[in-house]
Design a protein. Sequence first.
Length: 232
Amino acid sequence: MPDAHLPDSSDPVWVCRSCRTPWPCPTADPYLTQGRCTCGSPTYWDTKLPRKWHMGPRCYTPADALRAEAEELHRHHQRNPTYPPSHYYPDKPRRRRRQQPPYDHTPSRPGDIEPGTTLWVSPGGLHPGWGDIHHLAILTVLDRPKCEVWVWIDSSLHLVKPEHLIPDISPIRNAARAAGVASFRQHPGRRSPLLPDWQWTRWTVEQHLQHREQHAPPPPTTEAVQEALFAN
């Protein structure tokens, strides 16, 4: 849009700087896209350049504009997460270390979680010194409110809440394929949803424990063998 036909907003009614007619003038109109603000005032966007005009009284304060920009940046970072460099993380606290656990377990059904299961610790499960990333680990103690895991990267032991532990799907998939399972997904492709019978492979350890509790058999009832002796 020619700069000569930009609006003159010094008066209550905007006029074209050259034509002196109500803006947008016939010359500026082809370069504009009309819209409407949430306050009801008409707005115009330049089709070629990143500029816009809000006609009518100002409907926001500088604090509102700063808040809206911060919200937009937050949404952008949520859609495109980036991890800080390694020197950003605090120092690691002292943790016990030991050799790799000798036992191994591969889940085969919902609730089948035992020590030896290979799993991933999701961000937030470990101390911030280990970074805001996933860590491969082996379950050593299954308990609540926290489980003990052995972390591959440095052979350290940690107590982690079960909702931060996700079993590794690779051993489960390999064992199922060796047993003759042809497909785990509804359609070909890695983005296709999992079949209903294999949804549990994405569960956390907490979900497996809840499933185990819901489907656990009732405790056996025992009858006192000497009640008849005291009946009389």
